[in-house]
Ligand binder design. Structure first.
Ligand SMILES: [Zn+2]
Length: 185
């Protein structure tokens, strides 16, 4: 820094967080640019969502795909309530009867629709015979009429996480909209 003095240098030094003043990794300061320092600083703050590992395991995804999945709602849906709903699905913060029964909010943990099996998030959104016929109708009346969606079958993974294939934004939007509708109906 040209035309600088002691106070400027001290100010600059004080602006660096304490924990970074020691043990800075092997940085080659001469070759790094501002954005490299920025990425280093935000890397210390980045925390993965708590359900990251569960999603990876349940749907056999790699880190890149889980990251894509978390970006999908923002990419395909403009409506805040739909984005919010999809993040609730990802983070397992929807309360189906299995959980409501645990906190004694409801007395019966069976599914609201079929009344036969335990109502979990995955059951109500995909496993239930009622949601199955709902998805069948969505597939028949909407998805089969959209050129880019025709080749894709609606699996459990597609319905919960979304599809990462090219040009599937509309498919992913319809699936989020369908889940939200089925959950609130
Ligand atoms: Zn059911």
């Amino acid at each position: 820094m040209t035309r600088s003095n002691f106070l400027i240098w001290i100010g600059l030094r004080q602006s660096v967080p304490l924990k970074l003043r020691v043990n800075i990794p092997n940085f080659n300061f001469a070759s790094l640019k501002c954005h490299d320092y920025y990425y280093f600083l935000i890397k210390q703050k980045l925390e993965k969502p708590s359900k990251w590992v569960k999603l990876k395991k349940e749907f056999s995804l790699d880190d890149k795909q889980v990251s894509e999945a978390f970006l999908l709602p923002v990419k395909v849906a403009n409506e805040p309530y739909l984005r919010c709903f999809q993040y609730k699905v990802f983070n397992s913060v929807l309360f189906a009867n299995d959980r409501l029964c645990k906190i004694r909010y409801v007395s019966n943990l069976n599914c609201t629709f079929c009344h036969q099996l335990t109502e979990t998030i995955s059951h109500i959104l995909f496993g239930c015979s009622f949601s199955n016929s709902f998805w069948h109708e969505v597939n028949k009346k909407i998805l089969s009429k959209i050129k880019s969606c025709r080749s894709l079958s609606l699996t459990y993974g597609n319905a919960i996480v979304g599809s990462f294939e090219e040009e599937m934004d509309l498919f992913n939007y319809i699936v989020i909209l369908g889940k939200s509708f089925f959950w609130t109906c």
